[in-house]
Design a protein. Structure first.
Length: 406
């Protein structure tokens, strides 16, 4: 029952009673219904048709629907209104090019709602270990106070696939101050070694143990034999979800600790500019042009996603803004960090790097991290010289034109 700080929110474990769980699920159903109904209206637009209702028009329609439908009126207006606001913001993000198109929300997958305004301020501290929050039409809910309570104006209640309830207060944590030592570190991300540092450190993201992995495989076999819609199938799915949630918690905790440590120890952090979405794309292909080594590629994709590459970069950029330098990953694993010789034969195996020119030998991932650190430092130096040149040209006094001679 630990809280985590992920992407600008402080999240705590809720401890609702069975009666309160029923009320929370009702709020989730209302938020999901309003979201899907608003999304359906937005998706009805076609070229030549008038514009579909935006947030203001949909908000007025929600008021009319609450007056006409008793079951909708029984829910919280704040929960339903915020579902429309979230949908409107999702469309804005889509048009801005920062996110994908909004999708349908499904039961058992998208379980949550948001509370804003004065109702979100009803949060109290009971003692050193517990706090409580007043959720509209549900009552006071206890949550584990595992860190200092933030000063937030909104919160979101969610339920994951493992059945755990969380409350997340929206806060923007301050960045971590640079140590000022001028130290630069390169980070090479991999599958066998999650993150290799140019200092020689090899970091591994913890996942499920061998015993836990065997248990998940056994549960997956049982799930394949279970009848659709049966209680047995639901219990097996819940057991698998609990194992996956445990794995995700360990990965997020490792990312938080690693990113905080790097932001505190180094002034500049170099990373490879990897396109993770392209790298983890399926190799299945089409019926006309089927892919090759599909099962091997699927295993590689799972290995990459299990290391938390993208989340590590995201948290580093949030904790150390302006101090993360992305470099071109080309030839970083084939270049000798001692003499600069580039050859594919330099990397003998996954772990061994031996330069064919100078016979320099090192760990392959650490050698790549040293190259990344050098490129990042050189790129930052070039940018600094350009900025200095621009500032000098701006400070230079304008020269007067020579007088014209008659």
């Amino acid at each position: 029952m630990l809280s985590v700080l992920v992407c600008g929110v402080s999240r705590y474990r809720l401890a609702p009673t069975p009666a309160q769980v029923s009320g929370l699920l009702e709020h989730c159903r209302h938020a999901r219904y309003v979201w899907n109904l608003g999304l359906e209206q937005r998706l009805m637009w076609r070229p030549g048709r008038p514009a579909t209702p935006a947030y203001v028009a949909q908000s007025g329609q929600l008021t009319e629907a609450r007056a006409a439908e008793r079951w909708l009126k029984a829910g919280s207006q704040t929960v339903q209104q915020q579902a429309l606001r979230d949908l409107d913001q999702a469309w804005r993000n889509f048009y801005a090019g920062t996110h994908g198109r909004p999708t349908w929300r499904r039961e058992g997958v998208h379980e949550g709602f948001r509370i804003v305004g004065p109702q979100a301020q009803r949060v109290e501290t009971l003692n050193r270990r517990w706090g409580r929050v007043l959720v509209p039409k549900v009552g006071w809910l206890k949550f584990r106070l595992s860190r200092k309570l933030p000063d937030a104006k909104s919160y979101r209640v969610t339920r994951d696939r493992a059945g755990r309830w969380h409350i997340a207060f929206a806060v923007i944590p301050g960045p971590i101050q640079a140590p000022g030592t001028g130290d630069v570190v390169g980070v090479d991300r991999g599958v066998a070694v999650s993150a290799a540092l140019s200092t020689g450190e090899l970091l591994s993201c913890p996942g499920l143990s061998g015993r836990e992995q065997r248990l998940v495989k056994r549960l997956q076999r049982k799930l394949a034999r279970a009848a659709w819609g049966s209680n047995r199938r639901g219990k097996i799915r819940a057991a698998i979800a609990r194992s996956r949630a445990r794995e995700a918690d360990r990965r997020k905790n490792w990312v938080e600790q690693t990113s905080t440590d790097l932001a505190r120890r180094f002034d500049l952090i170099g990373l490879e500019d990897l396109r993770i979405r392209t790298m983890t794309k399926s190799a299945r292909g089409t019926r006309e042009a089927p892919g090759r080594n599909v099962r091997q590629k699927a295993g590689l994709n799972r290995g990459i996603l299990a290391q938390g590459w993208g989340l590590l970069v995201q948290r580093l950029q949030q904790k150390a803004p302006g101090r993360v330098e992305k470099v071109n990953p080309a030839y970083t694993s084939q270049t000798c960090s001692a003499c600069g010789h580039v050859a594919s034969e330099n990397r003998e195996s996954q772990t061994v790097f031996r330069c064919v020119a100078c016979r320099y030998e090192a760990n392959a991932d650490v050698n790549a991290a040293v190259n990344i650190a050098g490129i990042a430092a050189a790129g930052r130096a070039v940018n600094a010289r350009r900025e200095t040149a621009v500032l000098a040209s701006e400070k230079r006094e304008p020269q007067l034109a020579p007088p014209m001679v008659a």
